[in-house]
Design a protein around this ligand. Structure first.
Ligand code: BG6
Length: 471
């Protein structure tokens, strides 16, 4: 590996001053301690009890990376590998064991400790309020389907602002809110494992409403920070410029990107999506005043998660009219010959996608302040890349990050308002039903050796990039 001096001499991609270098993670995926110190169950604790076999190697949410106990060591390592910022999430069911009502004082103590430790280390806490982890007590009354849960979420969010807002200046209402819609109500990879488009629409709608209401609550408190949302934007590319392919990709874009992007940034839903929902008879139940709430409480800051593109073609076959309604009634996924793959995860790698997203945000979303809030490369069986000194030689990850950063750099040169880059993720963590299958971290977590942490080669490399503000 190059020395700092060698790297410095050779910087081709210099990033703007005060660029946010760091990584992101979530509570349920890292904390462990799932059933102690008064934490209530969330849907993951419950589902794991019911169906442990759905989780890779049967590993459940109590056996995650133990951040609850080891946060000091982890924050020290963040600092050591050049983080000036890190995104965590608060576990709603740790703070409010039954979703609302009484606050768990042990949770307040834990999050205060974490935030203080980060501030002291010079690692700015970016705090997300919801990362797939509905408290079970709330799911029992319908989760996001039920408007009462929206009110409970706003109470939870307001409590977080009041408790931690003196030190936390970057808040996010949700991470990838379309994923619980897809996982829980369309494609069966999150609890409650339903396949029901009507519920999916209601869940999505209430999530957007909850975000606007939390933003309103935050602004009423007049804390001098910013509030945003984190969206997984998966650009849709048509197979060809044939109008049928183009139309199919526009519809996929409306369902999976603009459904959340438009209301979050512009305060309105995409007309194309609303037209389909009306025509098919799937409009959600709304209350008077909702649309104004959404219109007037848009985000200050947009987090962009980018992993892979979506390639789309016109439908090959006429859909079965008796099959349950699914968004793909309007398009087929397209496997592009010659695409570049991450063979360890089975996802396409298309680095330019990140640039296309940023240019779209610049041109069509008022060039709102944004940052790359997740990007990363999952690798199965990564232990095989550990060398004799115990370091994971993840050159493929370094290359992956570099190739994406080049496009981010180009977007900045062209005027995009991009403030930072966070890798998914800081240390290997528990990834929902995939558990510890795919490793993403700068720091490895050795499950065989009591979750021992060792910085990977990419972590060492990232330190240089951050110190030089470029590479
Ligand atoms: C992101 C999520 O979409 O993908 C993370 O925000 C998740 O929570 C990550 O861990 C990686 O997923 P996987 O399935 O490859 O382990």
């Amino acid at each position: 590996m190059k020395t700092i001096e060698e790297v410095r001499k050779d910087i081709k991609y210099q990033f703007p001053k005060n660029f946010w270098w760091g990584s992101s993670a979530s509570a349920t995926q890292t904390e462990g301690a799932a059933d102690i110190d008064g934490k209530g169950k969330n849907i993951w604790d419950f589902w794991y009890e019911q169906e442990p076999s759905r989780f890779f190697n049967g590993v459940g949410p109590a056996d995650t990376s133990q951040f609850y106990y080891r946060y000091k060591e982890d924050i020290r390592l963040m600092k050591e590998i050049g983080h000036n910022s890190f995104r965590l999430s608060i576990s709603w069911s740790r703070l409010f064991p039954t979703g609302k009502g009484k606050v768990n004082s042990k949770a307040v103590e834990f999050y205060n400790n974490v935030i203080n430790e980060m501030v002291e280390a010079g690692v700015e806490p970016f705090v997300n309020l919801y990362h797939f982890d509905m408290p079970m007590a709330m799911q029992n009354i319908g989760g996001w389907e039920n408007r009462e849960v929206v009110d409970a979420y706003v109470e939870y969010a307001t409590t977080c602002f009041q408790l931690f807002g003196d030190r936390v200046k970057k808040w996010f209402t949700h991470n990838e809110p379309i994923v619980p819609v897809e996982g829980g109500y369309l494609y069966d990879f999150h609890y409650p494992n339903e396949v029901n488009f009507r519920k999916a629409v209601q869940v999505g709608y209430h999530t957007i409403l909850s975000s606007a209401m939390a933003i309103q609550a935050y602004r009423e408190l007049k804390q001098d920070g910013k509030i945003g949302i984190i969206l997984n934007l998966t650009p849709s590319y048509p197979r060809s410029q044939h109008p049928a392919d183009v139309k199919a990709s526009e519809i996929a874009d409306a369902f999976f990107n603009r459904s959340f992007l438009d209301p979050s940034v512009k305060g309105e839903f995409p007309a194309e999506l609303v037209a389909i929902l009306k025509e098919e008879g799937y409009m959600p139940v709304m209350e008077e005043g909702d649309l104004d709430l959404i219109k007037f409480n848009t985000v200050d800051l947009l987090g962009v998660n980018y992993y892979q593109p979506r390639r789309v073609k016109a439908k090959e076959n006429i859909p079965n009219p008796d099959a349950p309604f699914m968004p793909d009634r309007y398009f087929d996924n397209y496997i592009m010959p010659g695409r570049k793959m991450n063979p360890h995860r089975g996802w396409e790698i298309y680095e330019k996608g990140v640039y296309d997203i940023l240019i779209n945000v610049k041109e069509n979303y008022g060039n709102i302040e944004c940052f790359i809030s997740e990007n990363g490369m999952g690798v199965e069986g990564e232990e095989r890349f550990r060398d004799e000194e115990g370091i994971i030689q993840d050159d493929y990850r370094i290359e992956f990050i570099e190739e994406h950063l080049k496009w981010v750099h180009k977007a900045i040169q062209e005027g995009c308002n991009v403030k930072g880059y966070h890798l998914w993720t800081f240390m290997d963590n528990w990834s929902w039903t995939n558990a510890y299958k795919n490793r993403y971290g700068f720091v490895s977590v050795n499950l065989e050796k009591n979750a021992e942490r060792t910085v990977k080669k990419s972590g060492r490399w990232f330190k240089l990039v951050s110190e030089n503000n470029g590479f």
